[in-house]
Design a protein around this ligand. Structure first.
Ligand code: ADP
Ligand code: MG
Length: 696
């Protein structure tokens, strides 16, 4: 490998490339747009477009694309070549400022939740200069936001950018009261990505993995993850070759891939980059998932990003490490050294605590989806009930503040809040409690509920918005204060009293927590069909509208799309199960019984005295389970066709899918999995869990 610093970012039109290729004035103007959100003028766009094109051409690129994140969740691209006729029968290579800034996508096939009738199917893509353009697969990708003709957001990036602006504005109001000079506050995100790797040939033998990304059948192997021997275990050579190549590809794209290790389940791994601004981190994560899939192929592996590819072992998540940083380089969630810094730290910390408590429902909705529902509450994943874990030390500290206790003074690193002198803020409160959905980890929060395959744009849009809402409320109070210290003190106390119910550092899996949580009024939307409609609750609509992040119309569209996706995914899974049961499993086991019966008859004919007890018992068992499977398959077919009798409402249908279709699927799987355990392994039509999980 060439030296890492040499390849790092060489496929990105980053600051270095810009500085090299743009006239200084243009470079500085573009920097102002990137750093401070200043409007971009068309003349500047022309200059940037020319430089970007030249840079790309030198790297052998022939096409460019406006790269965007429609509401389907996967990124979209439509390639355009740079060619234009030169008027002399030849071509010249062109990229105008206009083409850089704005694209038009005939996009009637992207989900719009009714926002865009097909007769006005035009969608527009608009350049997002805060995320660098990059070359992927020989194509210049220009990150863009995607809107309807009427300007409504049709993508995941637009509201994310709006939420970042809202957060910055409200955080700056609070910071101004502390006399700081910051001009911009940015949410920072580090996304830990979990994934599974399976052998590609075996993957192709499983329709469930191909069509749905998860196994719909599969008996448990004798060994799961009970020995905890995979987590941080030695990395197999084939996997390590994959990781090496993946890192290189990501580094070229300027993605700071940093940490890699084996995860809890067999065949499960994790990759974490160094954090970046929230928007960039979300873009990078989308690219990372794509490159993971692609590099896996080259090693004859398949990368599974589904939240629950295998029953009985851990699912995959995407921990969203989140903090707030000023343009002056201060992490606002880092406990400070001086009393004033610590008061400010506590205020920001409590803004997050309050936000999580006020909008538990929204955070739950931000991670909703048919895939993630299998994971939340399962092995290693946090439960669907939101709670914040701050660690014991910080909790004690908040307790003392609430009670107004004058804790003993230590010489250094004491915090003063108003007139109360409190103990030092513990430096390392790193939380190792994996059951906490939302944990403070020293100088950042870690939101652990997002699913492995989902885009982080939506969870972060919610997180940025709700924290902006809290900070806005704090600013409203403090800006009016006559005695700042006294008001601050009172505000901290009140906030603790009001929101401490959301603090919990114990075992989130324990049933006693669910009961306690319900008692103190925490919401528990254990499934997505129940959670999603609450997106439109009045308080949520009001909050998003007030901050200018999403309008009610846009929220309605999103709600509709999420419910529709939920229904469609379960429908595909059900259809896949029926296909597998009818066309593969049932014929295989019927054939197997037939051969066994023939063999038994032949044996009896040869040795009439033989009891053939094994064959008889097995035949009976296989026969009974085959009938059971057949019946459950009929029941599932009936459940699926029952959808047609329901009104055209995705909300109603989503609940039907969960209550009726998922139940029927589980029943069918149970019979089939039991059948697998008594069927000759050569006769079973699919590679077993053991072969998928242990033979990479
Ligand atoms: P863990 O102890 O959870 O394994 P690390 O400290 O290694 O975590 O960090 C996990 C992720 O958190 C990394 O992606 C890291 O870059 C990110 N991270 C660290 N500091 C911040 C921050 N201030 N803002 C956002 N993410 C951060
Ligand atoms: Mg972590």
């Amino acid at each position: 490998m060439t030296k890492l610093p040499e390849i790092f970012g060489n496929l990105v039109f980053n600051e270095e490339a810009m500085r090299e290729r743009l006239p200084e004035e243009s470079y500085l103007a573009l920097k102002r747009t990137i750093d401070q959100g200043e409007a971009l003028n068309p003349a500047l766009a022309d200059v940037v477009a020319r430089a970007m094109k030249e840079w790309a051409l030198e790297k052998g690129v022939t096409h460019y694309t406006h790269w965007f994140h429609p509401l389907s969740g996967v990124t979209a691209e439509k390639h355009e070549s740079f060619i234009a006729p030169d008027g002399k029968g030849g071509v010249k290579m062109e990229l105008s400022g206009k083409a850089l800034i704005k694209g038009e996508a005939d996009a009637s096939s992207f989900p719009s939740g009714g926002l865009r009738a097909t007769f006005e199917a035009r969608g527009y893509t608009a350049w997002d200069p805060t995320s660098f353009a990059f070359i992927k697969d020989g194509v210049l990708c220009i990150p863009t936001a995607y809107c309807s003709y009427g300007g409504e957001a049709l993508d995941l990036k637009t509201p994310l950018l709006r939420s970042m602006d809202a957060l910055s504005a409200q955080a700056l109001r609070v910071l101004a009261l502390f006399g700081t000079s910051a001009r911009r506050v940015t949410a920072t995100v580090g996304a830990e990505q979990e994934y599974f790797l399976v052998d590609r040939d075996r993957y192709y033998q499983r329709k469930d993995l191909i069509y749905t990304g998860r196994t719909l059948f599969g008996a448990k192997p004798p060994k799961g993850q009970e020995l905890d021997d995979h987590y941080y275990g030695m990395i197999k050579l084939r996997v390590s070759a994959f990781m090496k190549e993946l890192n290189e590809e990501l580094w070229k794209l300027g993605i700071l891939a940093k940490t890699e290790h084996n995860e809890a389940a067999p065949a499960q791994h994790e990759l974490a980059p160094i954090f970046a601004s929230c928007n960039v981190a979300c873009d990078h994560n989308q690219v990372t998932m794509e490159i993971m899939r692609r590099v896996a192929k080259r090693h004859n592996l398949t990368c599974l990003l589904h939240e629950k590819p295998f029953e009985g072992v851990s699912g995959s998540g995407k921990h969203d490490n989140w903090s707030l940083s000023t343009n002056t380089g201060v992490n606002l969630l880092e406990p400070g050294d001086t009393p004033a810094e610590n008061a400010q730290f506590l205020l920001f910390l409590l803004a997050v605590v309050k936000a999580v408590d006020d909008y538990q429902d929204l955070l739950r909705i931000s991670v909703a989806g048919a895939g993630n529902d299998h994971r939340l509450g399962g092995s290693e994943a946090p439960p669907a009930i939101l709670s914040v874990s701050l660690g014991e030390d910080l909790e004690k500290l908040l307790d003392a503040i609430e009670k107004g206790e004058h804790a003993e003074q230590t010489e250094h690193r004491t915090i003063r809040v108003g007139s109360d002198v409190l103990p030092p803020i513990p430096q390392d409160t790193t939380d190792r409690n994996r059951t906490a959905p939302f944990a403070f980890t020293g100088n950042k929060f870690e939101f652990r509920m997002p699913g492995s395959q989902q885009s982080l744009a939506w969870p972060n849009t919610v997180l940025n918005s709700i924290v902006a809402a809290s900070l806005g409320e704090f600013a409203d109070v403090l800006e009016q204060a006559e005695d700042f210290n006294a008001s601050l003190n009172a505000l901290l106390r009140e906030t603790i009293t009001k929101h401490k119910r959301i603090l919990f550092s114990g075992d989130g899996y324990d049933e006693s927590w669910r009961i306690a949580a319900e008692k103190c009024g925490l919401t528990n939307y254990s499934t997505s069909d129940v959670a999603i409609p609450h997106l439109l609750d009045e308080k949520n609509v009001r909050m998003f509208e007030k901050l200018g992040v999403l309008s009610e119309t846009e929220l309605r569209a999103r709600c509709e799309i999420m419910l529709e996706n939920y229904c469609k995914q379960i429908n595909i899974e059900a259809m896949t199960m029926i296909e597998m049961a009818r066309r593969d499993i049932l014929p295989a086991v019927i054939g197997y019984s037939g051969r066994m019966a023939n063999a038994m008859n032949a044996k009896k004919a040869a040795c009439p005295g033989l009891a053939c007890a094994a064959e008889t018992a097995l035949l009976e068992k296989v026969g009974a389970l085959t009938d059971e499977m057949h019946e459950r398959c009929l029941a599932l077919e009936e459940a699926v066709s029952g959808v047609q009798t329901l009104p055209q409402s995705y909300a109603l249908r989503a609940t039907y899918y969960r209550e009726t279709v998922l139940e029927a699927m589980a029943a069918l799987r149970k019979a089939a999995d039991e059948l697998e355990t008594v069927t000759d392994k050569g006769a079973w039509p699919y590679p077993s869990y053991g072969r998928l999980l242990y033979r990479v």
